[in-house]
Design a protein. Structure first.
Length: 335
């Protein structure tokens, strides 16, 4: 049975949103935004309308509004990474992305449903108006898991040429290039790339490093299956035990990997950066406080989160949306 035309605008006492708009001397959309606490309405106007609504006994009927609009006014945010003790969800990735997403969606009146790729068949995800995926996974497995969900989809990651969804991500190839430029400035010619290149973003970082070197240096790839301090330590410790494994520069796919690598180098009696220069990726807060302070490629994750949400809102509204890439910046410190 279809919902009444004004179901989303009528309060329990019969007062409609249009009535409230006339009393306040503003438009109906302004009343709607004010009652949802949207920043699109000035604080003074919000307070005025909310006070008037309270005096008139008006209460926004969210459920009826959603039924009429055939929307849930919710977006599912699926985090691809599996949180482990060595890489918690409280790290800047994905927390900064989530902060930007939540800021933008809640301002627009949407709620955020946070979940993992293992819970895609649950009601909150299936009933959402769209899905934002944070991370493509190894060989794009996380994206493939969402192929049949039939909802607007925006993915944080590397461009993949798939026209069925929109991608937002950092210019990882440029990030690798900036690390290569730094190594060349320092005279480093025997390099190691530390990261799992089965992940599209990591592959781009590695490709940027190798392509920019263009035969001016050798690059040996080490592929840990995690992005943690422990994985970096173990990988570099194993490398150092091999004969002929001399290198003078290392680019890691994450700051945690870089820090683990530095610990392994230090324990082996190799000074950083005197003997070996190390560059991390993400420019996490711990990079600046690490000893020695870690040179790292900065990603604008919060801006990325805002952009993911804006593109999702546009898709929900039926607008044409395109993939987009954000810049990266090499932050030079002491490694």
């Amino acid at each position: 049975m279809p919902a009444p035309k004004n179901a989303s605008q009528k309060s329990d006492n019969g007062l409609t949103m249009e009535d409230l708009a006339k009393l306040a001397g503003v438009s109906t959309i302004t009343v709607s935004r004010a009652l949802r606490g949207s920043d699109l309405v000035t604080e003074k106007t919000r307070e005025k309308i909310q006070k008037l609504a309270a005096e008139q006994g008006y209460r926004l009927n969210i459920s009826a509004r959603n039924l009429r609009m055939r929307r849930s006014y919710s977006v599912a945010v699926v985090v691809e990474m599996a949180p482990v003790k060595a890489r918690p969800m409280s790290d800047p990735y994905p927390l900064e992305l989530l902060g930007g997403i939540t800021q933008e969606l809640t301002t627009a009146g949407y709620s955020v449903v946070l979940t993992s790729k293992h819970l895609l068949d649950t009601a909150p995800v299936q009933g959402a108006d769209g899905v934002i995926l944070l991370g493509q996974g190894s060989h794009g497995e996380a994206v493939k898991a969402l192929d049949g969900i039939r909802l607007p989809l925006v993915v944080w990651g590397a461009p993949d040429g798939d026209t069925t969804h929109v991608t937002v991500g950092s210019d990882n190839r440029k990030g690798g290039q900036s690390a290569a430029e730094r190594f060349l400035e320092l005279g480093r010619r025997k390099l190691v790339f530390l990261g799992d290149v089965d992940h599209a973003e990591v592959q781009e970082r590695c490709a940027g490093l190798i392509d920019h070197m263009a035969g001016r240096a050798t690059v040996h790839i080490i592929r840990p299956k995690a992005f943690t301090f422990e994985a970096g330590f173990d990988s570099v410790s194993s490398l150092l035990k091999k004969k002929g494994a001399a290198f003078d520069g290392l680019l890691a796919a994450s700051d945690h990997l870089a820090m683990g690598a530095i610990r392994a180098l230090t324990e082996a009696g190799l000074r950083v950066p005197d003997a070996i220069s190390v560059i991390g990726y993400d420019d996490t807060p711990s990079a600046a406080s690490f000893v020695p302070p870690l040179t790292s490629v900065h990603q604008y994750l919060r801006d990325g989160g805002v952009l993911l949400a804006k593109k999702m809102l546009a898709l929900i509204d039926g607008q044409s949306v395109h993939s987009e890439t954000l810049p990266t910046t090499l932050i030079v410190r002491q490694t």
